[in-house]
Write a protein that binds this ligand. Structure first.
Ligand code: BYC
Length: 472
């Protein structure tokens, strides 16, 4: 269905046919805008930004480019098209038609998943609130804002589901989305990674590479949901997620390129003296963001995950392409877990290992980008490999939480850990150094901060000196 832009809230769900729902969402809209003003990108309300806005949910309609002031961005409700033949693909309800409404017995489970998903979206905008002040170029500034408005829309997607299908509880949850804040000691965001600071652009690129990729895997699993409106919402959200990860991957590649350029030119790997980010520091940031993102997949063995699957509310990554019985009642899966202070392999029922299986899919995907980063380093003529640390390294959730484990997967004593931690995770000094590079935002078209290379091409094929953001 085409998106109706004549409405106060653009949508493709025929919102105007349900007056009550429309009024409720129109009531929430000014609160969202107040939140954007207070907690969104700081001091940017007058900027005109070259943004893409979806005009329809099919493949050529969602990337429509033009200059927009962000508070005037047309946030709305866009679901992927409905497939009237769609059936639940797994679990006890396999083969039954998908639900167009929430089955009573799944109400609290679904609400909880939708709230958890929804909570991450405004959290990331809050985490990135100040980055515009130190943007390394107009191109990067525009990408930051594109990501921010889309995360805002992803919040709209979940808030729509809460309002439309969960009655009063849902409306209350929608309010709470704007009350919890990233890092707030009293009302923090729900998941750990979304309470960490994103204080600099190296962190931002790592976040969009690693943490947005958790978004990809979680959204893809929810896109398999038997609750069709959730599945259709997530399907459309996934189309936007790809750009966020692209920003992360290419951002890191560009920093690596610049670093290698300087290493070559000055015949040294001590590029800090040259105002760039050394490879060892990049590896430490990678270790941090990867491990924090691994926590977002939950426990290695989880009855929650088993129940979600059996009930048909959350599937596996690309569920319908997997060649098995989609019931998993007799299947087993090998996981890494901890026993008596050691890392061991254990075969457990596949149903309880679904979080771990998704984490494994995620790790393999993360590794592909790392391979491309290493190619870039190799092309520049250097012999340095960025590596994903062991899945047990620096974990706070799951079987390895509280253990001390090196990036190569050795269990350490507290003393050993303390002696080495500074080599593996960013120290205060590393963070201070990276922060020191974040100068005032570069606002001249086509100019880039010293520590990062220009991108290979512009957004929507715009030339290198395109004015992506107009400051008014
Ligand atoms: N932090 O059985 P378990 C994105 C809790 S990112 C704090 O493993 P489950 C985005 C858990 O709640 C994608 N608590 O839980 C990216 C449970 O609590 P209870 C976000 C945690 O439910 C960038 C207990 O531990 N979407 O979109 O299987 C920018 C037992 O654990 C954490 C989703 O997450 C944690 N990390 O797995 C913008 C999808 N992990 O029951 C956006 C929806 C676990 O004991 N969420 N716990 O009170 C889910 O599917 C699940 O809630 C989780 C957790 C996978 C997160």
């Amino acid at each position: 269905m085409a998106i109706d832009y004549s409405q106060l809230i653009p949508n493709n769900v025929d919102l105007s046919s349900d007056r009550r729902l429309q009024r409720a969402l129109e009531n929430w809209q000014p609160r969202f805008l107040d939140w954007w003003k207070d907690m969104g990108p700081d001091g940017t309300s007058a900027y005109e930004v070259y943004l893409r806005t979806a005009i329809s949910t099919d493949s050529n309609g969602w990337a429509n480019f033009g200059f927009v002031k962000m508070p005037e961005y047309r946030w709305g409700i866009f679901l992927a098209d409905r497939d009237p033949e769609r059936q639940i693909a797994y679990g006890d309800n396999k083969g039954k038609p998908v639900w167009q409404d929430v089955p009573g017995e799944l109400r609290s489970t679904l609400r909880r998943l939708i709230v958890t998903q929804g909570d991450t979206e405004p959290a990331s905008v809050e985490q990135q609130r100040l980055l515009g002040k130190t943007a390394p170029s107009l191109y990067d500034l525009r990408n930051l804002f594109q990501i921010n408005v889309e995360e805002g829309r992803h919040l709209w997607a979940m808030v729509y589901l809460l309002h439309a299908y969960f009655g009063r509880d849902g409306r209350e949850e929608a309010e709470e989305m704007l009350v919890r804040h990233s890092g707030d000691p009293d009302k923090p965001r729900i998941l750990g990674a979304f309470n960490e600071a994103t204080p600099d652009w190296l962190s931002f690129f790592m976040f969009t590479y690693f943490t947005d990729r958790d978004g990809k895997y979680q959204l893809a699993s929810l896109a398999e949901s038997g609750f069709d409106p959730l599945a259709r919402s997530c399907r459309f959200m996934l189309t936007e997620e790809a750009h966020h990860m692209f920003v992360g991957e290419t951002g890191i590649t560009r920093i690596l390129q610049r670093t290698c350029e300087l290493m070559k030119e000055h015949k040294t790997d001590d590029v800090r003296s040259l105002g760039a980010i050394d490879l060892a520091t990049m590896q430490k940031y990678l270790n941090f963001h990867f491990s924090v993102s691994l926590d977002l997949f939950g426990q290695e063995a989880s009855t929650n995950a088993a129940n979600y699957y059996t009930m048909g509310v959350k599937g596996r990554f690309l569920e319908t392409r997997i060649d098995d019985d989609h019931l998993l009642t007799n299947a087993a899966y090998e996981i890494d877990t901890a026993e008596d202070g050691r890392i061991v392999k254990k075969t457990v029922p596949a149903l309880s290992a679904l979080n771990e299986r998704l984490r494994q899919d995620y790790i393999e995907d993360c590794a592909k980008g790392v391979l491309r980063w290493n190619k870039a380093i190799e092309r520049a003529g250097f012999n340095f490999e960025m590596k994903l640390p062991h899945r047990a390294f620096n974990r706070r959730i799951g079987a390895f939480a509280g253990m001390r484990i090196s990036p190569d997967g050795r269990v350490l004593s507290e003393t050993d850990w303390v002696a080495h931690e500074g080599k593996w995770l960013p120290t205060d000094e590393d963070r201070a150094y990276v922060t020191s590079l974040m100068g005032p935002a570069i606002t001249q078209p086509g100019k880039f901060a010293h520590w990062i290379a220009p991108p290979a091409r512009g957004i929507n094929n715009q030339p290198g000196d395109f004015e992506y953001v107009r400051f008014n």
